[in-house]
Each structure stands twice: as C-alpha cells, then as structure tokens.
Design a protein around this ligand. Structure first.
Ligand SMILES: Nc1ncnc2c1ncn2[C@@H]1O[C@H](COP(=O)(O)OP(=O)(O)OP(=O)(O)O)[C@@H](O)[C@H]1O
Ligand SMILES: [Mg+2]
Ligand SMILES: [Zn+2]
Length: 384
C-alpha cells in the first residue's frame, strides 16, 4: 500500500528543495542524488558529496530528513553519504561553468555566488598566501620551510594547501591518511612539530591520481578547506597556491581574508614578466605584497663553503626595487634539502636564511596591522 502513495519521482522532485549550502544550487540539479529507493515507507537515499568528510553534509542530511520526512507515507529516511568520482566532479564543473556563462550577471551565477564575500578569519591572526609566476620554483618548499621556522619560533602555524591539482605539502611533511571530521569540522593533520595541515590530497580517495577541476569547483573546494576545517587558533596560516594567476589564487584572494602575499621566484626568471603579473594581480585585488623571496639562488661549495651564483646579478632584487616591494631573502639550492623534502623529513632541515626570512616576514606582518603576534598567546603550546 505504501508504495502506491509514495513514488521515487516525487521524492526526487521534493529533493530539489535541498540546497547545497556551498554551491547554492539544489542537490538534484548538482547530480548529488545517486539513488532513491522505497521499501514500504522506508526511504533510502544515496548522496554523493563534492568533498568527502565535508561537515556541510550535516546540513544537507538534516534538510533531506526534513523535506522527505514530511512526505505522506514516509516512515523513515535512511541516508548514505559517498563522494563524487573524479569524472563526476569534472562533469559537474563543466555544467556549472556552462550555467555561469549563460547567466549574464557575473558573480551572481552558480557556484560563484557563494564565493564573493570574504569569509570570517575565525581564530586566525594572519593569513599569508605564497604565490609564484610559474611552477616548480619551490613555492611549496618555501611555504613549508617558513611554516617550520615560524613554528620553531614558538608560533602556532597552519598550512592550507590550495594547490588542489598537484598537492605536495602533505608529502613534504610525510603525512598520509585521511583527516577525520567531528561536529566542529574536519580536523587538520598535524606534523611532528605541530603544524596543522590540510591538503586536498589527504581528502581524496585516490591521492595519486591527479585531479583536474574547473573554476566553480575549485572555488567551492578552497572555501571548504578554509571554512569547514577546524583550524582552531593560529598565529599564522600559510596558503600554498598553485603557480600563476588562475582560479585558485583568484578564489583565495577573493574569499579568504588574506593579509599579505609572498612571491617566490628563482633567479632564472630573467624577464620577470610572470612575476610582475602575479604581483599585479595581488595588487589589483588589494592584497598587500609582503615581498619577494628568491629560491635556488646559489650553491654552496661543499669543499670551501663559498657561494656559487649561477647568475651574476639576480634580476629579482631589481624587480623588487622597480615594483617597490620588499626583497625578503634567498635560499640556496641544497641537494640535502631536496632529499629531505622528497622523503617527508623536511622538519629536520635547518637553514639560517629561513630564520631571517621568517623574522622579516613577521615584522612585515606586524607593520601591516600595527600588531605583532606574540607566541605566548598560543594555548596549545602552553598546555604541552
Ligand atoms: N632550495 C631548494 N633546494 C633544493 N631543492 C629544492 C629547493 N627548493 C625546492 N626544491 C625542490 O624542487 C622541487 C620543486 O619544489 P616545489 O614542489 O616546492 O615547487 P613548487 O613551486 O611548489 O612547484 P609547483 O608549481 O608544482 O607547485 C621539489 O622536489 C623540491 O624539493
Ligand atoms: Mg607546489
Ligand atoms: Zn669550493
């Protein structure tokens, strides 16, 4: 009898009232409703989330219970949460982009509507984005070193790996395994020295498969990595961006309360055109530039410790002068550092130049707001 009253199409129709809070579209339209079945008033629904372990799942779950639960003939609703496959995410991304291009008002459209207002900074005092003009200059490496150094100086530090297409931060710190989520959000992984880390890589079912996501999805994912993760109180959050000026840097600058950007470059970038492009993008979006840091600047001779510069005069200091931004320092190319980063033991690596860099950056951040974070304020450090 039950099944005469209830039918699947009607349930699907009603599920359109359930809106994904992050993307702002209903879950049917988003292709998140995988399966609906009825057995004598007992309804089973399978939902595929865009990000696994997402605490927004609770909201979606409650809404489904509310909407379907009040339908005539429904005894109870059983929900199963899964996550979308790479293909599903790709096609969702494509569809969102299409919807967006059809709508005339940019920003108001699907997927973007949620991404325009800056999110609250919660307990995070300073947010620093690390960017670069091109790939492979050691952005993730410098981000990690900087985090380690700030941690050594007593600050509480987190790294949000926003390079969601090729995340390497987890690997540099030798972290693996999925973070779990509780009612306060996803709990970041912690490194040996206590740096909190969230990397998309850690949340994926198949961390070794490269993920190619399109604009609106990148936007949603980055917002979730910031918002749905329980970062707790941090003195510094470092955001490792993918190279260039694409969707991810755009989202980070648009929707995270970023205090400053650091640009990493190598001395080979002689034309400096791409570096300028990055800096201009940040400037256009009113993100203060803390400065440029030069990586792989020189080699130290293992015999006499003399510095060997591959380029006579680094173009970067000059660009920094031209663009009136700080030059924050340089790191040598050190094969030992490379070995340690590749084997997840980066926290054992020390370099005096990074100490200096961290201090300079701290000072810059202090100048920006008139206050400098003091390490004593960190609760967790006091406890342990
Ligand atoms: N100063 C350094 N000395 C030795 N090796 C380095 C140094 N900086 C970076 N590397 C190594 O160079 C490689 C590229 O660095 P990294 O992944 O940090 O670059 P990236 O700019 O983040 O790249 P992507 O654009 O892919 O995100 C890594 O293997 C890293 O260990
Ligand atoms: Mg990187
Ligand atoms: Zn020598």
């Amino acid at each position: 009898m039950w099944d005469l009253v209830l039918n699947i199409d009607e349930i699907r129709e009603n599920l359109k009232q359930v809106i994904d809070p992050e993307i702002g579209l209903n879950i049917v339209e988003l292709g998140m409703v995988k399966n609906v079945s009825i057995n004598k008033g007992h309804v089973s629904i399978t939902i595929a989330l865009t990000v696994r372990g997402c605490p927004l799942a609770n909201t979606i779950e409650k809404d489904i219970g509310r909407v379907v639960g009040k339908m005539d003939g429904v005894e109870d609703v059983k929900l199963e949460m899964t996550s979308m496959s790479k293909q599903e995410l790709d096609s969702l991304g494509a569809r969102l982009q299409e919807m967006r291009s059809k709508q005339k008002t940019p920003g108001k459209a699907a997927g973007m509507s949620a991404g325009i207002d800056k999110m609250e900074r919660k307990g995070i005092e300073k947010i620093i984005a690390v960017m670069s003009g091109k790939g492979g200059v050691g952005k993730s490496f410098v981000t990690s070193m900087l985090a380690i150094e700030l941690r050594r100086q007593g600050y509480s530090v987190g790294i949000l790996d926003a390079d969601i297409t090729g995340p390497s931060i987890a690997k540099i710190f030798g972290l693996s395994g999925k973070p779990f989520a509780d009612e306060n959000g996803v709990v970041p992984k912690e490194t040996r020295s206590g740096i909190k880390i969230i990397s998309m890589n850690l949340l994926l079912d198949t961390p070794d498969t490269p993920v190619i996501w399109r604009g609106p999805i990148i936007n949603g994912v980055i917002r979730q990595l910031f918002n749905d993760v329980n970062w707790g109180d941090l003195h510094y959050m470092l955001v490792d961006l993918p190279p260039g000026t694409g969707d991810a840097p755009l989202t980070v600058f648009q929707s995270l309360p970023v205090d400053a950007a650091v640009v990493v470059s190598t001395p080979q970038d002689l034309s400096m055109l791409i570096v300028r492009k990055s800096i201009n993008m940040a400037k256009q979006m009113n993100i203060p530039i803390a400065g440029i840091f030069e990586n792989m600047s020189y080699l130290t001779c293992p015999h006499c410790s003399q510095r060997i510069y591959m380029f006579e005069e680094s173009g970067i200091e000059k660009v920094a002068r031209d663009l009136k931004v700080n030059f924050l320092g340089r790191l040598p190319f050190d094969p030992k550092a490379n070995r340690m980063a590749d084997s997840g033991r980066i926290e054992d690596y020390e370099n005096g130049e990074v100490q200096q860099f961290a201090r300079l950056l701290r000072d810059e951040m202090g100048k920006l707001s008139g206050v400098t974070a003091t390490p004593i304020a960190w609760k967790k450090a006091a406890q342990s």
